[in-house]
Design a protein. Sequence first.
Length: 146
Amino acid sequence: MKATQTPPTTGMVTPADLLRMAALYLRRHGWHQGTYYSTDPGTLTPPACAVGAIGMACAGHRVEHFYGLDPDTQVTFRQTVGILTVYLDATAPVFFIDEDGYLLDEHTSPYSWNDDPTRTAEQVITALEAAATEWDRLHTAGGENR
């Protein structure tokens, strides 16, 4: 490109893009349960849980807790996790009832869902991709944001 040329502009990164990036991250680097990332400190791209992979997609590095992110990235991270939660509520609800029969949480926790002992990496990757597809269906028209 010559100095006089106008550089190409890129479109806005959507939550669907970030969910797909998180799915790709899990395919490339592995899936993890119990914490955001496996505990190997020497790995820049450790296996991650669903939310840890979203953190990597949003921030480009380990996210130990969203409070440590800059404000814009924090909003993006929380919004993207929220979109996954809405998708899980609609397709794979996990509710916890206390010993008195009361509902403890009205939304499916992506953390508990990820950490279910019967969960597989492929289920997590598929859910991230499907949540992205659903977001696109609801928010884009002909490839353009609504």
